[in-house]
Design a protein around this ligand. Structure first.
Ligand SMILES: Nc1ncnc2c1ncn2[C@@H]1O[C@H](COP(=O)(O)OP(=O)(O)OP(=O)(O)O)[C@@H](O)[C@H]1O
Ligand SMILES: [Mg+2]
Length: 253
């Protein structure tokens, strides 16, 4: 069964239909790529899935219909999203950001145990250790853990956004243009991160304009054009699809 399935998602901004009747699904341990021209409706699709906008259609997380649940409840169920822009606590260190992200979806009992005075120090050390492990395992080394997000390289900031969305573990992650503004080795680190998420069994959905990146790591690709699904298939299938070549890849080349 698909871990995340969306059906008939439609988003309207006033008179503009940004997304029309969009359906796709992604398995646990699979990377689904979403590509399409600027303004095609890709980010609107993520907003629709996470219920961040008014929309028609339906969303299932595993066997649960989560269509009418609010964004924060869906997030607690393990379906989360990153944005095209970086988003973190600018005044906290990377380690503290990671701790906050890991505790975010946790039960109140864990928060309470950390708050109990006689357990505080040990619990904080445990949380710090887990946060350091999280950052390091996704390619952000200890040298950066004590820095604030504004003081690390831009490419590492892009990694951090994804790691914080993953937090203590996610079932499905929607990642919007992780490689925006990066290149070279940063793109390779991002590719490694996305592949690591897949290895951990996350259902990964990635919007990306960097064709070399998405074609290299995606298991399947959905092409969106003017709010509608133009094509769907493996990277190889999509790359030789006539409609895609004409509407998008040909234009981009
Ligand atoms: N909040 C909004 N209010 C009104 N129109 C919007 C809003 N957000 C997006 N749009 C419009 O909806 C359409 C789809 O936008 P969307 O951001 O989903 O595209 P996209 O595929 O993510 O583009 P890009 O590749 O540039 O990020 C565009 O025409 C955009 O101008
Ligand atoms: Mg977008």
């Amino acid at each position: 069964m698909a871990l995340l399935r969306v059906a008939g998602l439609t988003v309207r901004y006033g008179a503009l239909t940004a997304l029309a009747d969009m359906s796709w699904q992604v398995e646990a341990g699979e990377i689904l790529g979403i590509i399409g021209p600027n303004g095609a409706g890709k980010s609107s699709c993520f907003a629709a899935v996470t219920h961040a906008v008014r929309r028609d259609g339906a969303v299932w997380l595993a066997d649960e219909n989560v269509t009418s649940l609010p964004t924060h409840v869906v997030a607690r169920r393990g379906l989360r999203r990153t944005f095209q822009q970086n988003a973190f606590f600018g005044e906290l260190t990377l380690l503290e950001n990671a701790m906050a992200a890991m505790l975010r979806e946790h039960s109140t009992s864990l928060l309470r145990s950390i708050a109990l005075p006689w357990q505080e120090r040990a619990a904080r050390r445990r949380a710090e250790g887990a946060a350091a492990e999280l950052l390091t395992s996704f390619g952000i080394g200890p040298d950066d853990h004590g820095k604030r997000p504004g003081d690390i390289a831009y490419g590492t900031q892009r990694l951090l956004s994804v790691v914080l969305a993953y937090g203590a573990g996610a079932r499905a992650l929607l990642i919007d243009e992780p490689a925006a503004g990066t290149g070279g080795t940063d793109m390779q680190r991002l590719a490694d991160l996305l592949v690591e998420l897949r290895r951990r069994g996350v259902a990964v959905v990635v919007i990306e304009h960097h064709m070399d990146l998405i074609m290299a790591i995606a298991d399947r690709i959905v092409v969106i054009d003017q709010g509608r699904k133009l094509a769907e298939g493996t990277p190889a299938e999509v790359q030789r699809n006539a409609a895609v070549l004409e509407a998008y890849l040909g234009r981009a080349a």
